[in-house]
Design a protein around this ligand. Structure first.
Ligand SMILES: Nc1ncnc2c1ncn2[C@@H]1O[C@H](COP(=O)(O)OP(=O)(O)O)[C@@H](O)[C@H]1O
Ligand SMILES: [Mg+2]
Length: 280
């Protein structure tokens, strides 16, 4: 099944009904993962699973190691030990482009779009990773390349439609307000047709209605059959859309479970609020 065309019967079911909670193998398994920066362990003996087709949130105070975890999964940083197993393959220490080819893509905590390019071109560049000819040959304007270019454009337009940016396809990417730049980053990450998409604080800096729009988008992405790992500080958003939440503090897992349990977990409340209470 292609992640873009989920079987209707699967789409209409919750992850537990598809067996994702039972017989299905996790899409990602992290085992005893470590990453040191000098004497600091930014990720410390971290073990967790991600079931396919869910929204898996990762939360924790600033400096907890969330972005480092994404950098390790996507091959931006080498590990200092442990395993990252994606669909059965240990991808720890693989090069980023190889990880991307396997079906993992991400957005960045600070928006990193291509400047001087239109909204549509930003997504088309991402799409080129998936195609035969690639960027180099496309300069030659061969018929096969032109056909491929047309397909890339159509695919990119579909993705822009999904994130609600199709009307702005021909505007300069950098002219968009921050909220839409963040949506565009998600669109570009989708362009590689990933099975697993990692979103690093995608709602930071968004107002309430933009956050609502982003929440619906993340659920749509999940309904397409993709798996989402969401790093996010907006606790209301996390509690609303996450199926399961991993909580990190100083690089260690302090809790892991569904929103209702995490909300009341004393260690989680302590790490966030420094006192008794309940989250969002
Ligand atoms: N490239 C780096 N070099 C040195 N220290 C780093 C680097 N990246 C992250 N760190 C440190 O690792 C810890 C975790 O950082 P980070 O993963 O960015 O946390 P989070 O995303 O949860 O806020 C922090 O103490 C941070 O200073
Ligand atoms: Mg971070």
């Amino acid at each position: 099944m292609s992640p873009q065309e989920p079987d209707q019967a699967v789409r209409d079911k919750t992850p537990s009904e598809t067996g994702a909670g039972g017989g299905t193998q996790p899409i990602l398994k992290v085992r005893d993962l470590n990453r040191a920066f000098g004497g600091l362990l930014a990720i410390s003996d971290l073990t967790f699973d991600v079931r396919p087709g869910v929204i898996r949130a990762v939360i924790g105070p600033n400096g907890a190691g969330k972005t480092t975890l994404f950098n390790l999964i996507t091959g931006v940083l080498p590990t200092s030990g442990g395993q990252i197993i994606f669909e059965g393959a240990d991808i720890g220490n693989w090069k980023s482009h190889k990880v991307a080819k396997l079906g993992i893509s991400r957005t960045f905590q600070t928006v990193e779009l291509y400047h001087g390019m239109s909204v549509l071109e930003n997504v088309m560049v991402g799409r080129h990773v998936r195609t035969r000819c690639g960027m180099l040959l496309s300069g030659l304007r061969l018929p096969v390349v032109r056909r491929e270019e047309r397909q890339i454009r159509e695919d990119a337009e579909k993705i822009l439609d999904l994130v609600g940016l199709l009307p702005k396809a021909h505007e300069e990417a950098e002219s968009l307000p921050l909220g839409e730049q963040k949506l565009l980053e998600v669109a570009r990450a989708l362009a590689t047709d990933p099975k697993l998409i990692l979103l690093d604080e995608p709602a930071a800096g968004l107002n309430e209605s933009e956050t609502d729009r982003a929440a619906r988008l993340f659920q749509d992405i999940c309904r397409q059959g993709r798996t989402v790992i969401l790093v996010e500080h907006d606790m209301k958003l996390v509690m609303e859309i996450a199926d399961e939440i991993l909580v990190l503090n100083f690089g260690e897992k302090i809790a892991d479970g569904p929103p209702d349990l995490i909300r009341k977990d004393p260690q989680v409340v302590e790490a966030y609020l420094g006192s008794e209470g309940e989250l969002a």
